[in-house]
Design a protein around this ligand. Sequence first.
Ligand code: PLP
Length: 458
Amino acid sequence: MAQLIGHQIDESTQVTKTLQQLVDEVTKINHQITGVKPPSAEFQENGKKQIEKIGQFRGRPLHYPYVGTGAGNGVYVELEDGSVKLDLINGIGIHLMGHSHPRVMAATVRGALSDIVNQGNLQPNREYGQFLEKLATWAGRKSRLKYAWLSTCGTMANENALKMARQKLSPARMVISFKNAFAGRSTMMAELTDNPAYKVGLPEYNEILRVPFYDKKDPQSGEKTLRAFKEHVAKYENNISVFSFEPMLGEGGYQAAPREFFLPVLDFCKEKKIAVWADEVQTFSRTGELFAFETLDIGSYIDLCTIAKTAQVGATLYTEEFNPKPGLIAGTFSGSTPALTAGMEILQILQEGYLGPEGRIQQIHKKFIGMLNHLNETTCRGLLTDAGGMGLMIAVTPYQGKKEQVDALLKRMFQNGLIAFNCGKDPIRVRFLVPAIIQDADIEVAKTIIEKSILEEA
Ligand SMILES: Cc1ncc(COP(=O)(O)O)c(C=O)c1O
């Protein structure tokens, strides 16, 4: 029987065997990485040079003295200075399956055997359709989302969502968004982002209206948000296109909110025909379900949803009503073939015991939060407060949450072998984007480093 050449490559036992041998060999070498290590005298100078080179050629030094060698094992990653770090930030949330996951690596290599590097919206290969089907079908189980459009980052996925909302509700132009929101780095997403430091010198477009996010210390929080929302709508009646929100505030401080907080606002959006757009660029695949709108059970309200990061590509999901007119969204790239094959493999692995109330993600959440709270109650008494978040997005406030203290602590943790990052403004918090493959023993290693670092900087 005739067989397409592309399918012959897929099914070639020689290709599959060679690919597996390649991954096995690399995995065997990577398995030498077993835990945190300081920089070695032999490679320290090499690491320093590489870091300086990056600063020299991009005109701005690296935030951390971090240049990876390309080798890793689970939560551990090897750097060019010979050190091994416990990575709990993962490229700000990209490497959900940690470093050098054999199945992710195999899927990536598979993708690399394709005839092209980058797929495009004009001439896609099979993986493009497979990815769209996976996303749209999954999202459609708990929402009215029906379609997906690929892009190469969260910012671009967000731009597409905003354009779809504005086109549908044209000529309405205003956007309602939470205080301390983050939406990306393009001109418009910098506008949607509530952080003046990210738009110094840029013109203001005055198209964003802010409402406060949930404040668990304030019993009136929900009412205040709804009131602010209603005031904006009264003032800009018929000129509000979309409510854009992160189901859990990400860069803004890793604050979660209960379903009951969102419902009145979402009902009001429906009443006023304001589009509802969930920016799940950071929450996607992290909160215990694939979409945080599933975890929060608010899927029926969602008109638009954006994802990126762990998917390895960006995507905008949309309902029938928001399907844009031809010409509104396009673009050359729709993701590299290895990114698409790896992204699909990550989603596949997630389905194997990670999701659901009893899944591994929720187990990790409880263990990690328990570890932080235990430190706060024992050796680091009162120095690690308000541990919280959702699923694999976890943050804690060290000391009094002041910038200098947190910066110094993060640097200290890096030196001691653990990579985390900050979020929020007042207080500034330490956040962990924990990979799904973390083991309980790794959480114990994290505990030791956090404890040591906290006490050293106290
Ligand atoms: C909620 C949210 N939206 C959008 C973005 C932007 O995504 P990207 O950096 O891939 O453009 C981010 C990135 O951190 C994010 O957290």
